[in-house]
Design a protein around this ligand. Structure first.
Ligand code: MRU
Length: 352
């Protein structure tokens, strides 16, 4: 199997800070920003300088190291250092509520803190090592997701995706776009249709940018166009990412994903969710329990700093929706493609 080499690295730990691509500047600028303080990391996650479930997980893990470095400068006792750091870690998780990967990665750092026998400097070193490990593992996991997913991509397929579940939503390679990269490496006749993804336009601003950077053919469409192209027989499959998947397979992803899934079902088009096992939250039985982030109304009322509606109009802006498991053909993970009945296949994959 040919391997795809991507140029994109979204986030990485360097010496004593976190370096990341600033995703608020797309598509005009592709710039890096160095995050050196815990609160700066919280704000970077909240304002979506870094976004995408796996990427904010790694950002959270880095954020815990940044807080640890700051607390170490305060001459606290080891006990107070640990107490304060665990509180800061819990605070970091509140930056964005829907993606379970943030909670998951911060919990991994909390385990290091709780189990360490080292002094304060030693704890910081262990947190750095663990942060780097999670970072490198993310790329490996995505490549596995990509390779499993590529097996179900028909030759010459047009793949529709929503939002950005690409290299820029992870450390690198991507989940949904990881499937695209692995498939493209072996069949350069495949192509992507990218939904623009209102209101933050991750499809237009981010998915098109990263696919153009990596030389993969992509066509931009607006969110309302997907059924039109499905009816015309121009879409062969849908692959999206996820922010949290419940134990029954219900999957939260960027708002609008549910609409695409319904359209795919109606037109008999396979609808896949590509996500690492860290996105599956076995503590919740169904999607009804997923907390949906409500974001600022300006994301809906304004585009590029210009108001696009009547002043004072009522607005609601949920950042995510939940696609019911019955609409999902398969969940592509690093351990293979999970199929319905998801209650059983998910329980089985976590047993091993
Ligand atoms: O609000 P965002 O841009 O963080 O939302 C991102 C998505 O919904 C992605 O599809 C999801 O996080 C999966 S990323 C591999």
């Amino acid at each position: 199997m040919a391997e795809f080499k991507s140029k994109i690295k979204t986030i990485e730990w360097v010496d004593n800070y976190s370096k990341m691509v600033d995703q608020t500047k797309f598509p005009e600028h592709y710039e890096y920003v160095n995050i050196t303080k815990g609160q700066e990391m919280f704000d970077a996650i909240k304002t979506m300088i870094v976004r995408g479930a796996p990427a904010i997980g790694i950002a959270g893990a880095h954020g815990v190291v940044l807080y640890a470095q700051e607390l170490a400068a305060q001459n606290l006792s080891r006990e107070d250092f640990i107490k304060n750091l665990l509180e800061k870690a819990d605070y970091m998780v509140t930056a964005r509520p829907t993606a379970v990967n943030l909670y998951w990665a911060v919990e991994k750092q909390k385990e290091i803190i709780k189990n360490s026998k080292s002094d304060i400097d030693g704890i910081i070193s262990e947190l750095k090592v663990n942060g780097k490990k999670l970072e490198l593992e993310d790329i490996e996991i995505n490549k596995k997701i990509g390779d499993y997913g590529a097996m179900v991509v028909p030759k010459g397929a047009t793949i529709l995706t929503h939002c950005n579940a690409g290299a820029l939503a992870t450390v690198g390679y991507g989940t949904a776009l990881g499937v695209v990269r692995s498939a493209y490496a072996n069949d350069p006749t495949i192509q992507v249709f990218a939904d623009e993804t209102r209101p933050r336009q991750q499809g237009a601003r981010i998915t098109t940018l990263e696919l153009v950077m990596d030389g993969i053919p992509v066509t931009l469409i607006t969110d309302g166009m997907c059924s039109y192209f499905m009816k015309k027989g121009m879409i062969d499959m849908v692959v999206v990412g996820a922010d949290r998947i419940a134990a029954n397979g219900d999957a939260a992803n960027k708002i609008g994903t549910y609409t695409v899934a319904i359209a795919a079902k109606y037109h008999n088009i396979p609808f896949y969710v590509a996500a690492p096992l860290s996105t599956i939250d076995t503590n919740i039985k169904s999607g009804d329990e997923i907390v949906i982030e409500e974001r600022s109304h300006e994301e809906v009322t304004m585009i590029n700093g210009k108001t696009i509606c009547a002043q004072g109009v009522n607005v609601i802006n949920p950042g995510f929706d939940v696609t019911p498991h019955e609409l999902i053909t398969g969940i592509i993970t690093e351990k293979g493609i999970l199929k319905p009945d998801y209650k059983m296949s998910i329980a089985e994959v976590f047993k091993n």
